[in-house]
Design a protein around this ligand. Structure first.
Ligand SMILES: [Zn+2]
Length: 204
């Protein structure tokens, strides 16, 4: 890995001698990525953006937890300091975290973390109970993206940014590990008004 890193750094310097001088001065990412820690879902490669373009937050199950200081600090820093105009929640089919939430529970740290996805299952149980196992797994991954988009849209940092007219586009997508494609879920909100038009005032 050290050898590969040396080669990579040399290649970059050869192609663009000023690259590391510029990179050391500042970051100006265009996207906050909230994604799963799964090793098959690395944001830089799958949307083809160069290093320096994406501010990244990843955890098991791509959860934006409203009681997690890490998630909250990342969002605050991305919006208030870096002025990132796009926040993308990206779930994925075949997610082990979603599968674990569907199939067992317990008191280990990973179980407690995934309780947040179990709660989403409970809220949508009538719809999910009608599906077969594979469909249920896929659909819960989509509903999880939607829930995390909502957690972001109702966050004070985002609401305040929208109120002062700052550009913040919150998007939910799902990545298909079977064909490498990102799929839209009809989740895209650029203002408080857009979010409320879809879900109403009462949505929490
Ligand atoms: Zn996953």
């Amino acid at each position: 890995m050290l050898a590969a890193n040396k080669q990579w750094a040399n290649d970059i310097k050869e192609a663009d001698p000023q690259y590391f001088i510029r990179a050391a001065q500042e970051q100006k990412p265009e996207l906050l990525w909230v994604g799963c820690a799964d090793s098959r879902v690395g944001p830089d490669q799958l949307i083809g953006l160069p290093m320096g373009s994406i501010f990244v937050h990843r955890n098991i199950g791509n959860i934006f937890a409203t009681n997690d200081l890490n998630s909250l600090a990342v969002l605050e820093y991305a919006i208030d300091e870096l002025q990132v105009p796009n926040v993308m929640v990206c779930g994925h089919y075949g997610c082990g975290g979603v599968h674990a939430a569907l199939t067992h529970s317990g008191i280990q740290p990973v179980d407690l973390w995934l309780d947040q996805i179990r709660f989403i299952y409970q809220r949508h149980e009538p719809e999910l109970a009608r599906l077969n196992e594979q469909q249920r797994w896929d659909r819960l991954a989509e509903l999880n993206v939607e829930a995390q988009v909502h957690n972001i849209c109702r966050n004070t940092v985002v609401r305040e940014a929208w109120k002062r007219g700052q550009e913040v586009n919150v998007i939910g997508l799902i990545y298909d590990i079977h064909d490498g494609r990102l799929k839209q879920l009809g989740l895209e909100f650029r203002s408080q008004a857009e979010w409320q038009a879809r879900y109403g005032e009462g949505r929490q």
